[in-house]
Structure formats: structure tokens, C-alpha cells
Ligand binder design. Structure first.
Ligand SMILES: Nc1ncnc2c1ncn2[C@@H]1O[C@H](COP(=O)(O)OP(=O)(O)OP(=O)(O)O)[C@@H](O)[C@H]1O
Ligand SMILES: [Mg+2]
Length: 264
């Protein structure tokens, strides 16, 4: 489904700000893998997702998605295969467009037909059905401007938009980190529900160790631009936060340091 081979990325090469962000990332995902990603500050988690999405070119290596070598594809071309949700609830949706207009935009992504914003009956029915799944009462507010919604509601809509057309891979970068705990839990439950329903392949960066252990079927730990630990199935489920911290210290020779990481 996704194959990342020996990917390297250095920012600001040849300057005093030179920073090796990815240092030979290797990863093979099977269809339906739901991977959680943890690591210290600057470990290369966001850069890894950005590399898959094509935000910056890579220096070296290969990225194969769905059997296609996308290493040299521009970001807009990859967008037809990739769903993304970022940390900032303001980023994924257009504030001055209605809920249904936002959904229509996502629904028509990659299709040339229908540039007008008129939402047709069939689309409206589909959107209402999807919105109902969120259980936030938004199915009755489809013409409300998204800018009037809360951060959690916007993040839920972004999640729907990212998965309206089944993506080859769904990339989530701390997408609940900016929400209050109760809303974060709701959006996270929803994330699991959508991924399970459509059997999506997904990668989720999280700063919550417990979520990393309990959510998904596989967990990877990054450090200094590399994957240093990769665990799946029963072995993953049996892990404790202490195990993870210990593992990190064992492999990296350092203490785990992430100022936003929640250890309990
Ligand atoms: N656009 C950029 N320009 C320059 N340096 C960058 C850029 N993006 C990332 N970096 C650097 O690359 C390294 C990896 O950053 P990245 O954002 O991937 O870390 P992260 O694991 O997501 O960390 P965090 O937990 O803080 O979000 C860091 O040292 C960061 O400063
Ligand atoms: Mg990050």
C-alpha cells in the first residue's frame, strides 16, 4: 500500500541552519494498517507525513503509494490519493463557505465536472448521511458557514472531507492536539470509526502515549529522522507507557523528550 525506501531530507543545506530531518526512513504499510507515530520534538514525524503528501521534494529515496512511484509527483497530484488532517482546526476547511459547500469541494476533488457551487440533491443526501455519523447535529445545519463552528466541529468536518472519497492513505498530524479533552476524545472516536468503516490505511502522529498504544494496529517510534521501533498486533496492545519510554532510552541512548507528550 505504502512503501517508503531510504528517504532523506535535509532543510537549509549548506547554511548554518542545516538540519537533517529525515535520515533514511524505511517503512512498508499493508492495506488497512492504522499506524500511530510517536517521538520526541523534531524527530521527523511531521516531515515524514509532509514527504508523503509532497509538501517538499525529498533529497533521496523512493515513495510508492498504491503501486505508483509518487516520489516526483507534485503535491496537487498526490492530493487525489491522500487525505490529510492537520493540528490546526482552521486549516482544513474554508471558513466563509457553508458545511455543504466544503463537503462538495472535497467530494468533487480530482473530478472536472461541476465547478459551480450548487450542491445537488444526491450530494446533499450523501453529506447528510455522513454528517449524521458525527453525532454533532450538523446534518441539520448544512448551510451554516464553517467559520461559525467550534474547533472540534471543524476538525470533524475536515475528517469527513479527507475521507469522502476513499483515500489510498489518510495522514493525521496531531489532529486532536488543539482541542479540549472532551472534544478531542470525540474526534478521536470518530477517527477510529471512519477508518474502521472504510478499512482505510492511516498514519496518525499523536503526543498521547496511551492513544498511541490503544489506537490502531501498529505503532512506530521516530528519533533523529529514523524509525527506531516498529511494533504491531498483540505485542503493541500489551505495551505500557513505561515500556515505550524504556524502549526509547534503550534504542536512542537518550531520555525521551517531548514537551507536549502526555505520558498518562
Ligand atoms: N520547513 C522546514 N524548514 C526548516 N527546518 C524544518 C522544516 N520543517 C521541519 N524542520 C526541522 O526538521 C526537524 C524535524 O521536524 P518535524 O516537524 O518533522 O518534527 P516532529 O517530529 O514533527 O516534532 P514535533 O513533535 O515538535 O511536532 C526539526 O529539527 C525541524 O526544526
Ligand atoms: Mg510535528
Amino acid at each position: 500500500m505504502l512503501e517508503i525506501k531510504n528517504v532523506h531530507k535535509t532543510f537549509n543545506k549548506g547554511t548554518i541552519n542545516e538540519k537533517k530531518a529525515l535520515n533514511g526512513v524505511e517503512l512498508h504499510l499493508n492495506p488497512g494498517d492504522f499506524v500511530t507515530i510517536i517521538g520526541g520534538n523534531g524527530a521527523g514525524k511531521s516531515t515524514s507525513l509532509n514527504m508523503i503528501a509532497g509538501v517538499y521534494p525529498i533529497d533521496q529515496g523512493t515513495i510508492i503509494l498504491d503501486g505508483k512511484d509518487i516520489s516526483d509527483w507534485p503535491e496537487y497530484k498526490r492530493a487525489s490519493l491522500i487525505g490529510r488532517v492537520f493540528q490546526d482546526p482552521m486549516m482544513g476547511t474554508a471558513a466563509n463557505m457553508s458545511i455543504e459547500e466544503n463537503l462538495a469541494m472535497a467530494h468533487r476533488r480530482g473530478k472536472s465536472r461541476g465547478l459551480g457551487w450548487g450542491v445537488n440533491k444526491k450530494e446533499r443526501a450523501l453529506f447528510k448521511e455522513r454528517l449524521k455519523m458525527l453525532d454533532l447535529g450538523l446534518e441539520d445545519r448544512t448551510t451554516t458557514k464553517v467559520g461559525l463552528l467550534s474547533g472540534g466541529q471543524r476538525q470533524a468536518i475536515t475528517l469527513l472531507m479527507a475521507t469522502l472519497q476513499k483515500p489510498s492513505i489518510l495522514l493525521l498530524d496531531e489532529h486532536t492536539a488543539a482541542l479540549d479533552p472532551k472534544t478531542a476524545k470525540k474526534v478521536l472516536d470518530l477517527t477510529e470509526k471512519i477508518i474502521a468503516k472504510d478499512n482505510l490505511t492511516a498514519m496518525m502522529v499523536t503526543h498521547n502515549m496511551k492513544d498511541a498504544i490503544h489506537i490502531g494496529n501498529r505503532l512506530i517510534m521516530m528519533h533523529e529522522g529514523r524509525i527506531i521501533y516498529d511494533v504491531a498486533g498483540e505485542e503493541k496492545k500489551q505495551l505500557t507507557v513505561d515500556d515505550l519510554l524504556h524502549k526509547f532510552e534503550l534504542v536512542s541512548g537518550e531520555e525521551f523528550a517531548n514537551d507536549r507528550m502526555m505520558l498518562s
